[in-house]
Design a protein around this ligand. Structure first.
Ligand SMILES: NC(=O)c1ccc[n+]([C@@H]2O[C@H](COP(=O)([O-])OP(=O)(O)OC[C@H]3O[C@@H](n4cnc5c(N)ncnc54)[C@H](OP(=O)(O)O)[C@@H]3O)[C@@H](O)[C@H]2O)c1
Length: 261
């Protein structure tokens, strides 16, 4: 509790699924303000109500935006910084599109769908980081990009989605290397299989109850958003693996670097 006390966060794709749960859990951890972004404003309103019930002190800003649009991205960052008086400590690039369903092979992949997925899943995080960075560099901060197993394995049919996640893994490594010693850290998390709208659309023939609930995978995100991880940069985490898929040493070093560890 209170691991995010006083922190300001921007979470994309927070109208449902993992993003919604992250917003709720960050608020429960004492975040001072959370900017929640998605296209469906009605659902964002519901998320705000859910947050206000459990964490009435957390300031919640709703931003209806289509992240495939450059002007919407600019508005998201500007509105967030305006509401939070220029403060931003945490950026979670979570919003993603799975693309057409059933998922076509690349040979049959429509160009417009391909562009839409890459714009949402890769170009939007690139632009959001670029635009948020000046505010984050001032006080240090944490950027968390959401990836997938499909970002390290080329599964047939996972087309533009998988390619966008390969992209976000590479982009995260590059940002992390370029920002080393800047005070802003960049890490990326594969949440693993979750029972969400996206996964139900991607694999409609599977039983979704075999997959984790978003609430089961948020601990690593809280860790990465909190000061406990402030010496962790350029790392890939797997939310459902033991030690989040990390060498225990990495976590131990990060923890021992804390003055109170
Ligand atoms: N579910 C899994 O098993 C799984 C596994 C590995 C990785 N992941 C990753 O986990 C993250 C969250 O996925 P999820 O399963 O929670 O998906 P989800 O429930 O379908 O949620 C996706 C979110 O992205 C938002 N979004 C999509 N396109 C957008 C756009 N153009 N502009 C703004 N917002 C947009 C959606 O909001 P609107 O529709 O309201 O815009 C929604 O809030 C994604 O990065 C995904 O790749 C998921």
């Amino acid at each position: 509790m209170n691991r995010l006390q006083g922190k300001y966060a921007l979470i994309t794709g927070a109208s449902q699924g993992l993003g919604r749960q992250l917003a709720i859990d960050f608020a429960q951890e004492g975040a001072a303000g959370i900017s929640i972004v998605a296209r469906n404003v009605e659902w964002l309103n519901q998320v705000r109500k859910d947050i206000q019930e459990i964490a009435p002190k957390t300031q919640v800003l709703i931003i209806g935006a289509d992240l495939t649009k450059h002007e919407d991205i600019e508005r998201v960052v500007a509105a967030t910084l305006c509401e939070f008086n220029g403060h931003l400590d945490i950026l979670v690039n979570n919003a993603s599109s799975i693309g057409p369903s059933p998922m076509p092979y690349l040979l049959d992949y429509p160009l417009e769908d391909f562009r839409n997925v890459i714009n949402t899943n890769l170009i939007a995080p690139f632009l959001l980081i670029k635009k948020a960075l000046p505010a984050m560099i001032e006080n240090g901060g944490s950027i968390i990009n959401v990836t997938s197993d499909a970002g390290v394995n080329g599964y047939p049919g996972w087309g533009a989605y998988g390619i966008s996640k390969f992209g976000i893994e590479g982009m995260s490594q590059t940002w992390a290397a370029e920002l080393e010693d800047s005070g802003v850290r960049v890490n990326w998390v594969d949440p693993g299989d979750m029972n969400t709208a996206m996964h139900r659309v991607a694999e409609p023939e599977e039983d979704p109850t075999q997959w984790a609930n978003p609430a089961d995978v948020t601990e690593v995100f809280i860790y990465l958003a909190s000061d406990e991880s402030r010496h962790v940069n350029g790392q890939r985490f797997q939310a459902q693996e033991e030690n989040w898929g990390q060498e225990t040493q990495t976590l131990a070093i990060a923890r021992s670097a804390l003055p109170f560890a």
